[in-house]
Design a protein around this ligand. Structure first.
Ligand SMILES: [Fe+2]
Length: 233
């Protein structure tokens, strides 16, 4: 299930989750840090198979949630790896009171992965704060909801015909990579977000891992210019 995407970076697809009546595919990423410890991003539902593959890669040290909608499986992964630290944004920590987080993540990476994984924190939408990550060794941008790339195949299989035009018109599809329309419209104070996206693009990403949709395997930099054209223009 784990698929290598770049140097010390793997991805794994999980099941379908339902959100506001829409089916969403899920994906997690695994980074092996230079000390050999593993950093799990947005873990999908834990199965014996995926857990065994991850255990074979090294010790799980960090479990990271990028935003408050990506919390469903944090508890079960923390239960499997009690020595790992849980990390999330302030909104996720406020929402998941039963979980014991290390502390809230913002733009400054903690010492545990500083210099290996960069992070960009967006509080522009009143509905959600979100982190985008950049893994330097594999030149991979890792994005939960701020870029979505549903394939036509997925939409035909999982979304009713009358809802597919919503995805296409809002460009949350493969080749475009916009976020959902409500997230985009509610994105305020855009001048504060632009330098962060420009800095991310300036790191010349090759791959872009999204939680929902098709992985961008090459040309990540050009993809991101298009995916965030709604913000940068
Ligand atoms: Fe999501």
């Amino acid at each position: 299930m784990l698929e290598p995407l770049g140097s010390n970076l793997w991805i794994a697809d999980g099941g379908i989750v339902s959100f506001k009546g829409f089916d969403y595919p899920t994906r997690m990423a695994v980074v092996r840090l230079t000390d050999g410890g593993l950093w799990l991003w947005s873990p999908v539902e834990r199965t014996a198979a995926i857990e065994a593959e991850i255990r074979a890669l090294g010790p799980v040290r960090h479990i990271v949630s990028p935003n408050k909608l990506h919390y469903l499986f944090l508890g079960e992964w923390k239960a499997a790896f009690p020595g790992a630290s849980l990390w999330a944004t302030a909104a996720t920590i406020a929402k998941c009171k039963e979980l014991d987080f290390s502390r809230a993540l913002t733009d400054e990476p903690p010492a545990e992965w500083k210099g290996q994984i960069d992070q960009f924190y967006f509080t522009n939408s009143p509905f959600m704060d979100e982190l985008i990550f950049f893994h330097r060794a594999s030149r991979t941008a890792i994005i939960a909801d701020l870029s979505q790339t549903f394939s036509e195949t997925f939409l035909k299989r999982h979304w009713p015909w009358w809802m597919r035009p919503i995805a296409r018109l809002s460009k949350m599809v493969e080749g475009w990579g916009y976020p959902p329309i409500d997230y985009r419209i509610s994105f305020r104070n855009r001048a504060t977000a632009r330098p962060k996206i420009r800095e991310l693009i300036g790191k010349h990403p090759e791959h872009v891992v999204v939680a929902h949709g098709e992985v961008v395997r090459t040309g990540g930099e050009a993809f991101l210019r298009r995916a965030f054209s709604w913000l940068l223009q």
